[in-house]
Ligand binder design. Structure first.
Ligand code: SF4
Ligand code: SF4
Length: 373
């Protein structure tokens, strides 16, 4: 880590100036911030110093999980999250060597995660339909059987429901590579147009956000499945806490829908146990686990302190489930709770790629993999 000189364009600079004007250094945002434990200085000081001296620690903005907690709770409307994004985008123009290596790794992942290699193109059960299920990278890598199970449940509603396993581009945009994100978005748009797809059903809150600008309808899967699941029964007697994923922080309708489903399963679930608007970040956003594994593991410990003993954590985001320990820590994906079956143990890095490969083979071969198709 070291101080670097960053050159920002006028739009990026105006975001920083606005922030420095608005921030009154109250510290409220830092109470729920993943990077707060490692900050020597409040954000106002860091940004004001940067505006006068032009230098900043090279990885300061990369400790941020882009959760948006700060911008949600700030009493003066200072938007620290957009400052972090502006700094990341500027850092990408001339990154230091360490960051260059990290960027290369993430970009390789983006490349390999596409449908040509570890994903799938649109695949339909019998004839080509207008709707596609898009499980997202995290579910494909961690719980591919759940992706298949969800697809099968969707097919019971629409026999022509297809599936496509691909990456929505969030890793690239999180690192500040807007250009690569736009390329991925353009490629997805072209694929969906060629296949005549009109609606994609997403299982990941990050995909929901990232794909919302596509010229097709983008629908979250949660409410979609509610009426088709006969086995949806209240799990009386179990204590549970609902963890709201950050991308849903300002999506009131979707958040309310997921919370309602969670309450159907666990009538006494705690839905807003901490923080503003539904809780804190799991720490996995913004590529923090890759850029700053220590920040991530310190934060994970802090998050687990919020749980009551023996309480189940229910969440609708596979990345959050993975970040908080998955099956080993009694953290359950909402779809898993709805559809039944047991989640696999958290996979290793290699295991994640193997899972993707298995899912690809199961879908392309339409095999009866683990009895789920
Ligand atoms: S909550 Fe807002 S005003 Fe307070 S320190 Fe954070 S950014 Fe500044
Ligand atoms: S977006 Fe989240 S991690 Fe980043 S500065 Fe704000 S509260 Fe901290």
């Amino acid at each position: 880590m070291g101080a670097i000189h960053l050159k920002l364009n006028e739009t990026e600079l105006s975001k920083l100036r606005l922030f420095a004007d608005r921030c009154v250094d109250c510290g409220l945002c830092l109470k729920g911030c993943t990077m707060s434990d490692e900050l020597r200085d409040g954000p106002k000081n860091v940004i004001s110093r940067f505006l006068t001296e032009g230098t900043i620690d090279d990885d300061w903005a990369f400790r941020c999980s882009l959760c948006g907690y700060c911008s949600t709770v700030c009493p003066t409307g200072a938007d620290l999250r957009s400052v972090m994004i502006a700094l990341r985008e500027a850092s990408c123009k001339k990154p230091p060597l360490r960051m260059k290596k990290i960027f290369a790794g993430v970009l390789l992942f983006q490349f390999m995660a596409t449908w040509r290699y570890m994903g799938t193109p649109p695949v339909f059960p019998k004839k080509r339909g207008k709707r596609l299920f898009f499980p997202g990278c995290a579910m494909a890598s961690s719980d591919p059987e759940l992706a298949l199970k969800t697809w099968r449940a969707l097919i019971s509603m629409d026999p022509d429901m297809g599936i496509m396993v691909d990456c929505c581009g969030t890793p690239a945009s999180s690192l500040g590579r807007r250009d690569i994100f736009e390329r991925i978005r353009g490629r997805l748009e072209k694929t969906l147009t060629v296949w005549g797809v009109e609606e994609i059903i997403v299982a990941c809150p990050n995909c929901l956000k990232a794909l919302s600008s596509l010229p097709v309808k983008v629908t979250p899967v949660w409410g979609y499945l509610e009426n088709t699941i006969s086995g949806l029964q209240a799990l009386e007697g179990k204590e549970a806490m609902f963890h709201a994923p950050c991308p849903l922080r300002d999506e009131n309708r979707e958040l309310a829908e997921v919370e309602r489903l969670a309450r159907t399963l666990f009538p006494s679930i705690r839905t807003k146990p901490y923080g503003a608007n539904g809780g804190m970040c799991c720490g996995a956003g913004g590529m923090v686990p890759i850029v700053h594994p220590k920040t991530f593991s310190d934060w994970s410990r802090r998050i687990s302190d919020y749980r009551k003993d023996g309480e189940i954590v229910l969440c609708c985001c596979q990345s959050c489930v993975d970040a908080m320990g998955g099956r080993d820590a009694d953290v359950i994906h909402l779809l898993r709770a709805m559809l039944g079956g047991e989640a696999p143990p958290p996979p290793t890095s290699l295991g994640r790629w193997i899972n993707r490969r298995k899912l690809r083979r199961a879908i392309l071969g339409k095999q009866n993999w683990r009895g789920s198709l």
